[in-house]
Design a protein around this ligand. Structure first.
Ligand SMILES: [Zn+2]
Length: 504
């Protein structure tokens, strides 16, 4: 049995992070005034179906008393816990049987419960029902028999018809806070005899993004020989050195000094040596230089970076604030080759940090024009979805739903890797994703992982989408046009931006 199932809350007091819903429902149970239809909406893994099952127990428990908790001992509670009480009917609306099951529900609902006092219907992923099925369900919700209760659960409340919502009492389940998740994981660690460092639990809680189920899943996957170690977790989640260096490099190329400095902070916070990091950055830059021979623009930029970081490395040992030389190097690298007065991007090669002022400028041609032209064309593809409707999908629509797609990726590892990708093009049913990190891209490229991602797309758009993965090209972003006539933003200006100092 998975840890998540083992530690699934069995009574109201064990439900984490949904105090409002729990208090209201317990109160209604005490007064015998429970609503016949509930809609539980909210992110995945926040306890919607767990709470629904606790309600089913509370409604039927043979020992239900003043505490308003199911006893978990009587035959009814036991039957529900073991998944074999016939009067609790769980329907997965996402399965193909959805419509048949709703039809069956309509036919059988009039019959009295066979064992328990009430019949409880839990319909999970209810937004996946077809229009037909919703209509059938609505008729039932309009006049439910006295013995029937409905709990509908969904991650996508906006897809539920207003007519259905108006028949239900709705509770919006919140993402569970990092502190609450860590506390729960600590309890489980104690119970399971797992030695887990708090830093690792914290990281997993953050990655789980408010979903306790994901956090417990991670906990399970990360346990090795009765231990959970931060380094192992970081490595598995794609937060290891290699990935960070790849990202660091991309941020420099994209002139995002703030983000590049965040990487340095992360390295520093993890207690790694900045000097070692700088050596690894230089080794990585060398690799990139060798790969890019023949691309004069790229190679010159990379040589410039190598020069800047080599200087920084020499200064780290003597610096009062160890990360300062690196931060200055980041700002210099991001400022490198900016010349807004010319249309075409230019590249300069500073020979050392000090001679940067006098750097010679060299104009180079704009690259990859043809493919940029192609990208401008609005790509729309008509695809037939599961229910036979023609759906028009384009890059904009995919981008609008990006966060939802991420939320729908079931496995935290895969979600983490996927988040590194950026949708760049949609063409003939294929979505092109550009990754900062080739390590993370390779994870998504694995067929089994890709299937998980595709499932997420399918649940949002109701159709299958092919993925084309690529590593972001070494692209020199043209400098932002500055209002001032000034040639280039100075190091000081960039520093102000990075360190949050204003001009006023
Ligand atoms: Zn009971």
């Amino acid at each position: 049995m998975s840890l998540y199932l083992k530690y699934r809350p069995q009574d109201f007091k064990s439900v984490v992070g949904q105090d409002h819903a729990v208090a209201t429902i317990q109160n209604a149970l005490r007064h015998g005034s429970l609503t016949h239809a509930y809609l539980f909406s909210g992110p995945r893994g926040t306890g919607k179906t767990s709470l629904a099952r606790i309600i089913a127990k509370a409604l039927n428990c043979l020992n239900f008393g003043d505490e308003a908790e199911p006893c978990n001992e009587c035959e009814i509670c036991d039957g529900i816990n073991k998944g074999r009480l016939v009067d609790l009917i769980e329907i997965d609306a996402a399965s193909n049987r959805g419509i048949d099951e709703i039809r069956e529900l309509r036919e059988k609902i009039v019959f009295s419960p066979s064992q328990a006092r009430t019949k409880v219907y839990i319909i999970d992923e209810v937004h996946m029902l077809t229009k037909e099925a919703f209509n059938a369900l609505l008729k039932t919700l309009e006049e439910p028999p006295e013995h029937a209760y409905f709990i509908l659960a969904t991650t996508e409340a906006h897809k539920i018809p207003e007519t259905i919502i108006s028949r239900c009492q709705q509770f919006n389940f919140k993402r569970i806070g990092v502190g609450d998740i860590v506390k729960r994981l600590q309890d489980i660690a104690l119970e399971e005899n797992v030695k887990a460092d708090e830093e690792a639990l914290n990281l997993m809680a953050k990655i789980a993004n408010g979903g306790l189920r994901d956090a417990i899943g991670l906990f399970e996957q990360m346990t090795m020989n009765g231990e959970i170690k931060y380094d192992k977790v970081a490595e598995n989640l794609g937060l290891s050195g290699t990935v960070l260096i790849e990202k660091f490099f991309q941020y420099l190329l994209q002139r995002q000094p703030t983000k590049a400095i965040e990487v340095i902070n992360q390295i520093n916070a993890q207690g790694h040596s900045l000097q070692q990091f700088t050596s690894e950055v230089i080794a990585f830059l060398r690799e990139q230089m060798l790969i890019n021979i023949g691309n004069s623009q790229e190679v010159q930029t990379i040589i410039g970076f190598i020069d800047i970081f080599s200087n920084a490395k020499l200064q780290i040992t003597q610096a009062l604030i160890p990360q300062l030389p690196l931060e200055i190097a980041v700002i210099r690298a991001c400022q490198f080759d900016i010349n807004p007065e010319q249309e075409k991007p230019t590249v300069g090669i500073p020979l050392s940090g000090a001679s940067e002022e006098k750097k010679k400028k060299e104009t180079v041609g704009t690259r990859d024009l043809a493919s940029e032209e192609k990208n401008k064309k609005e790509e729309k593809t008509k695809i037939t979805n599961a229910t036979g409707e023609k759906v028009e999908l384009d890059l904009e629509k995919i981008k609008e739903n990006w966060q939802r797609i991420i939320d729908h990726i079931d496995t935290p590892f895969i979600r983490m890797s996927f988040m590194d990708g950026e949708p760049v093009k949609f063409e003939e049913g294929s979505l092109h994703l550009a990754f900062t990190s080739s390590t993370l891209m390779d994870k998504i490229a694995k067929a089994s992982n890709q299937a998980v991602v595709q499932k997420a797309f399918e649940s949002i758009f109701g159709m299958r989408i092919n993925l084309k993965l690529e590593v972001k090209k070494v692209t020199l972003t043209p400098a932002k046009k500055k209002e001032e006539k000034n040639d280039e933003p100075s190091v000081i200006e960039m520093a102000k931006e990075v360190f949050g100092m204003s001009n006023e």
